[in-house]
Ligand binder design. Structure first.
Ligand code: FE2
Length: 159
């Protein structure tokens, strides 16, 4: 993660979206089952951590700052849906159901991309127009990210 200490919260989110996007591209290219499992493990961890820091830090601050609860609630709900898909994929991996895994992984990618697009077109620009201190918020997010990795959330993947 190349985020410097002065990265704005909104740019942090964009960077994370691009990072997971790249992982999905790698997942699509690989046919090797073990590699697939490893890449999906990384995607699952990255997306879970991202979900935690946006739910706990970014969304609550955004809700207060932009005075439009609806787009924040929508982003949160989309993210809950992504979490459900990730859990289903984890189970499919455990059952070694490869065909079902591939189609569900594609569904996860499509849902994630739609969510990122919505956030980047609506929510993030709205937050950037508000008077929120985005650098400070970014620092809070990075702090929680570190705490979560320390707490073992970062080691769930099959490494
Ligand atoms: Fe998100």
């Amino acid at each position: 993660m190349a985020a410097s200490d002065n990265t704005r919260a909104t740019d942090l989110i964009r960077n994370e979206h691009r990072n997971v996007e790249t992982l999905f591209q790698q997942l699509e290219k690989t046919t090797e089952p073990e590699e697939k499992e490893a890449i999906f493990g990384t995607i699952a961890v990255e997306m879970s951590v991202h979900s935690e820091i946006t739910d706990k830090v970014f969304y609550p601050a955004a809700k207060k700052a932009i005075g439009n609860e609806a787009i924040v609630v929508k982003a949160h709900e989309e993210q809950q849906h992504l979490k459900t898909l990730i859990d289903q994929l984890r189970r499919l991996l455990a059952d070694l159901d490869k065909d079902e895994f591939d189609s569900k992984a594609n569904a996860l990618r499509a849902a994630a991309e739609a969510h990122w697009r919505a956030e980047e077109e609506e929510l993030l620009p709205a937050v950037e127009k508000s008077d929120l201190d985005l650098v400070q918020l970014g620092q809070q997010m990075m702090q929680l990210q570190q705490d979560l990795s320390g707490a073992g959330l970062g080691s769930q993947g099959p490494m």
